[in-house]
Design a protein around this ligand. Sequence first.
Ligand code: ADP
Ligand code: MG
Length: 249
Amino acid sequence: ASGDRAVLRTDGVTKRFGGLTAVDDVDIEIHRGEIVGLIGPNGAGKSTLFNCITGTLTPDEGRVYLQGEDVTDWPEHKIARAGLGRMFQETRIFGDMTVRKNLLLAAQEGGADVSSLMRRPDSSLLARTDELLDYVDLGGLAETRAGRMSFGQQKLLEFAMELMSEPEILLMDEPAGGINPSMLGNLIEYIRNANEEQESTIFLIEHNMDFVMDIADRIYVLAHGERIANGTPEEIQNDQRVLDAYLGR
Ligand code: ADP
Ligand code: MG
């Protein structure tokens, strides 16, 4: 385990649903500071692979390593606590709470006294909420009830919430989904900022090709559960197997 440079590594991960092999012998390796995309046609196995990594599902074969540690059989909450963050397509914020309280709650993974934290949050935590809100341009909305913001703003809040716990790696399932096209450029900038300034490592599923080609350092492509390509956005765009997979050949 020690000496393993990868933040996240899967080794031969396979997941079957009855007779269907949804994820078929997939190897991936993600290093600190990378932004890595995961693409592939509908039903390719992207979400299932994510679920195997996060512990939502247990692979039938293969292993998952987080920071060199074999977490394959760990429960989901333990994997999360070990530094794996996940952002879902639907937001999971508390609409009745202020933006800031949502962020403070997100920092409380692992059972500190939430009510006392809310009454008297420590100053370093408050400073961190301010810093993250500024990152995503929500600084002016700290005391607004989160449910009153737009869907796009709620997604940005959720992104900030995930960063609050300083994950070793953040998995994002279609971050651009449902976001107003005029905000996509901002989202790219925020994710890049987090990547550069917070040294976040990010693994994201995305259907929006312009978005993923713009933001990713490297991309894995799945088709019918198999990993068919791994390369830079430029390499992926010129890979005949990838083009064929999207054309259904
Ligand atoms: P993607 O996210 O790439 O669109 P999924 O991982 O959601 O693909 O699905 C991969 C394949 O596995 C699909 O054929 C899907 O129908 C099937 N599948 C996913 N989850 C389940 C499940 N819980 N039970 C049975 N089949 C599933
Ligand atoms: Mg999916």
